[in-house]
Design a protein around this ligand. Structure first.
Ligand SMILES: [Zn+2]
Ligand SMILES: [Zn+2]
Length: 304
């Protein structure tokens, strides 16, 4: 009897992945993947070097880059760190809200959205067409970040390729501002029990990372300290065209690399292959990414 050839399915499972950090449940959420324009964006590495480093990680361009966000349930607060691109990157992306639901949560349960920075692949998903997608959340970012991106006067002084980034940030934040639900913060401060901001400027003027601590375990949500792991772990001096201040971005990256190696912290990375959760291992001046071990039932007693 003839059996028809099965068509290829060409999709993945829902884009969420959970780990525990002490008593906190951390859910990595995929917004989507897109062809990352390595050849036009990476600076400080020759074309040959890029090719060799990609090949070393078994990659050939165009490399699909992940856009990850992280939902932290502390037991009393539900905190979303970054919110994906919303409708600003096209059909590849903007799947954050669907993946929140697939992960067993609802956007209206989120108490607080913490942005690492206001680039459109991080702030785009907080609202759509002038409406808050997280209607009960307070939106927070560093004051330096808000002062820069939410001021249209800065757009005129910035390189033209950044113009749409200003428009996107202003539009995404607007509904939260009108609802008095936008609260910038200054410095390294505790924003929810166990979640503290850490200034890591350079990629943008007010870029921050978030340090999450529970029961002696530590997670660093480092935003855009790394865009292409295959390149920037091999050569941490490598920057991207979108860095506001390349020297300062380099400095922040190296500082945090040193800290997470020393503390053996878990890293949550916006643009390392989904779920973007792992550890760094130092090899001389280079680093290696070690993805977290898989657990089918994180947080279940006896699951360890
Ligand atoms: Zn960015
Ligand atoms: Zn980004």
């Amino acid at each position: 009897m003839a059996v028809a050839a099965a068509p290829q399915v060409q999709t993945q499972g829902p884009g969420y992945y959970r780990i525990m950090v002490g008593d906190f449940e951390v859910t990595a959420l995929l917004d989507g993947t897109h062809a990352f324009p390595i050849d036009t964006v990476v600076e400080g590495m020759s074309g040959k070097e890029i090719e060799a480093n990609l090949a070393r990680d078994f990659l050939t361009p165009p490399v699909q880059g992940s856009i990850n966000a992280f939902l932290i349930n502390t037991g009393s607060k539900l905190v979303l760190i970054d919110a994906g691109a919303g409708d600003l990157y096209g059909a590849c992306c903007g799947h954050l809200a669907d993946n929140i639901r697939a992960a067993g949560y609802r956007p209206e349960q989120v108490d607080q959205i913490l942005l690492t920075h206001m680039h459109k692949d991080h702030i785009g998903g907080v609202s759509a067409k002038g409406t808050m997608l997280f209607p009960n959340a307070v939106l927070r970012a560093s004051k330096a970040e808000a002062d820069y991106w939410l001021n249209a006067a800065n757009k005129a002084k910035a390189p033209p390729f950044l113009g749409s980034f200003f428009d996107a940030a202003i539009a995404a934040a607007a509904p939260y501002q009108s609802a008095n639900r936008f609260e910038p913060f200054e410095g390294d401060v505790e924003l929810a029990p166990g979640i503290v901001s850490m200034q890591t400027p350079g990629h943008t003027p007010g870029h921050v990372s978030y340090v999450v601590r529970s029961q002696g375990q530590m997670l660093i949500v480092w935003g855009d300290l790394v865009h292409v792991a295959a390149l920037q772990l091999q050569k941490p001096d490598t920057t991207v065209k979108y860095d506001s201040n390349a020297a300062s971005a380099r400095h922040s990256r190296k500082d945090v690399f040193g800290e997470v190696v020393r503390d053996r912290s878990v890293v949550a990375a916006a643009h390392i292959a989904f779920p973007g959760l792992g550890h760094l291992r130092r090899q001389g001046n280079r680093f290696e990414w070690v993805p977290v071990n898989y657990e089918a039932e994180p947080g279940k007693p006896g699951g360890h």
